[in-house]
Ligand binder design. Structure first.
Ligand SMILES: [Fe+2]
Length: 613
């Protein structure tokens, strides 16, 4: 049996993936184990987990594949510095020793990290080739157009390609420093959020604003062609050589310095978010149309960090020329580990793709799971009070009763998800019909800004009753946004919102499922099927039978700045440190009033242990 380890590391979102005879056996991000969000170090723990899941040691690995080519990236760094010198000298002087010491000697570093046990060779793939492979090979399509969009790989920042059978080929690229991902990150920085982390907050803020700066962005910052290619005026940016994303010229153009992180969000910030989102969607749509013109395919697959822009993805599905879209759930750099391993399997070893029903990520439940025995051991050791529910039916009844009574429930079941979204493996759940759920979860549990919307996990067969998802599409990975149908919107709610500014709109009840309806009546949907996650499906179905509502609020099981929980111990700490009312870990149910309350200093210490994102 052939074993291939795929790795991504040293930039952000390090991860490991293990393929056995081409089948994805395990995949996980390093942050889940180290509890450091977006951890960029060598994924030591993720590798150990993948090997353990497969019952292997590093000696048993046939190939190790890495998601980019360090020498090509280094040459990009040097060429960029040469072009802008002496500007950026400090940044480059700081980066160089790390390149000289380790990044240019990765085989040696990997040998060491794998304990000297691995005897095979290392395969290095182009960064965007890895993104493209991660998008096409696990997809349900035998043939598809491929679109990758991110910050930057070696030189590419966007590519268009085509996949058929066990081969992919990229035919178009946009090169650094012209980058849609970096444009979005520049506005993430400018609106006071953390780059490579807060981009989805900008997307969540956009519906509160008007895109009144979009024309200015198009005129000065980015020149977009009809085929989706673009050129960015670097005088407005500082990412080539500085420690900031935007330049003084950018700040002069928009009339103010960047917003201080954590300061009050203004209507102007919301308008900036709406503007960059509008420009981003325009480029995504044009790129998708060009990919269609080049390939004539009915299918599109996507990856790269920009493919996490589910609002843009939803527009491609609604307005673009493709009948089917599939987006790889770990679309950011974590997924590069998957793509690198698949390049090794299909291109280097020339192995065919196995026929699988649906996609081959199996719901993205590819991380660690824990036995009831392990869980009870942890709970007992931590002196937690729990109720063992031997029958699943009793467990589901109890959880549904708690949800119907307005409680917020931590839900920890099966294998952990690969990628940034919680999909019913490590989720926090609530009743979407209650107008209070959004605020309660944001303020009492997540400790974060209340403007952020939640996503619905909806029974696949009921999705169309509530949401206008074209072509009756699936959205198993919560990467498509679609409008709530008119019949579920509350009459007069648009008028009531029109007189309000910014976040005040959130207080207007907009639909029959207000906690999952954004102020523009959009929703970020996860469709749930019994094949992908049986127990989660049955829970939602039980909720539907009692309430007539076929969905739940689903948000990731963590607090602000914390990676999604991985172990029962992580889950228990989050449950005890927040206002969560109940916790289900496999067959064990915990109720908050029965637990020994944490002291204020313990709760404060828990919150402080994660840097704000
Ligand atoms: Fe990337």
């Amino acid at each position: 049996m052939s074993a291939i380890l795929g790795l991504s590391a040293f930039y952000h979102d390090s991860a490991a993936v293990l393929l056995q005879d081409g089948r994805i056996v395990a995949a996980a991000q390093e942050e889940r184990f180290t509890r450091r969000k977006h951890d960029h170090h060598f994924p030591q723990h993720a590798v150990a987990y993948c090997l353990q899941e497969a019952g292997l040691t590093a000696t048993d690995l046939d190939h190790v594949a890495f998601y980019d080519r360090p020498r090509a990236k280094f040459s990009r760094l040097i060429e960029t510095f040469t072009a802008i010198a002496p500007r950026g000298f400090g940044t480059y002087a700081k980066a160089l020793p790390l390149w000289m010491k380790s990044k240019l000697h990765l085989p040696r570093e990997f040998d060491r990290a794998l304990g000297g046990q691995y005897r095979g060779r290392y395969i290095f793939t182009d960064h965007h080739e890895a993104h493209a492979a991660s998008a096409f090979f696990p997809s349900p399509f035998d043939e598809a157009a491929i679109l990758t969009l991110d910050g930057a790989g070696e030189w590419s920042t966007a590519t268009i390609g085509h996949g058929r059978g066990s081969r992919i080929a990229l035919s178009r690229e946009i090169r650094f420093p012209h980058s849609l991902g970096l444009l979005y990150s520049a506005f993430t920085y400018y609106t006071g959020f953390r780059v490579n982390s807060g981009e989805y907050k900008v997307m969540g803020l956009a519906p509160y604003g008007e895109p009144r700066f979009a024309a200015m962005i198009r005129e000065h910052l980015i020149h977009i062609q009809d085929d989706g290619s673009f050129w960015m005026d670097q005088e407005y940016f500082n990412y080539c050589g500085g420690v900031t994303m935007t330049s003084d010229k950018f700040h002069r153009l928009f009339g103010a310095p960047p917003r201080d992180p954590e300061s009050l969000l203004t209507q102007r910030d919301m308008d900036l978010a709406a503007s960059v989102q509008a420009v981003c969607e325009e480029v995504m749509l044009k790129c998708a149309r060009h990919a269609h013109a080049l390939t004539k395919s009915r299918n599109l697959v996507m990856a790269g960090g920009v493919a996490l822009n589910c609002v843009g993805n939803g527009r491609i599905l609604r307005e673009g020329p493709f009948e089917n879209i599939w987006i790889q759930p770990a679309a950011g750099d974590a997924g590069g580990a998957l793509g690198a391993a698949q390049i090794a399997w299909h291109h280097v070893l020339r192995q065919p793709r196995a026929a699988e029903a649906g996609d081959s990520l199996r719901g993205s439940y590819l991380g660690p799971s824990f036995s009831n025995e392990d869980i009870r051991h942890t709970l007992t050791a931590r002196k937690a009070v729990y109720h063992r529910q031997d029958s699943e039916s009793c467990l589901l009844d109890r959880v549904v009763e708690l949800l119907l009574a307005g409680n917020v429930v931590g839900w920890f079941q099966g294998r952990m998800e690969f990628g940034p979204r919680a999909l019913g493996g490590r989720s926090i759940l609530g009743d979407p019909r209650s107008p209070k759920t959004q605020q309660v979860i944001n303020v009492k549990i997540k400790f974060r800004e209340s403007f952020r919307p939640f996503a619905p996990s909806v029974l696949r067969e009921h999705c169309q009753e509530y949401f206008d998802l074209p072509h009756d599409a699936d959205s198993p990975y919560m990467l498509l946004v679609a409008p709530v149908r008119e019949e579920h919107r509350l009459p007069g709610s648009a008028d009531r919102m029109s007189g309000l500014q910014g976040i005040d709109k959130l207080n207007v009840q907009r639909s029959s499922v207000p906690s999952v309806t954004h102020v523009d009546y959009s929703a970020r949907i996860q469709t749930v099927t019994p094949e992908a996650n049986g127990r989660y499906y049955r829970l939602i179905k039980r909720f539907y039978e009692r309430s007539g509502c076929p969905m739940l609020v689903n948000t990731s099981f963590n607090i602000r700045g914390e990676p999604i929980v991985c172990t029962p111990d992580d889950a228990l700490r989050c449950f005890l440190g927040t206002g969560m009312d109940a916790l289900v870990i496999e067959d064990s149910l915990l109720l908050k009033p029965e637990q020994q309350a944490l002291g204020d200093s313990d709760v404060a210490g828990y919150k402080r242990s994660f840097a704000l994102d």
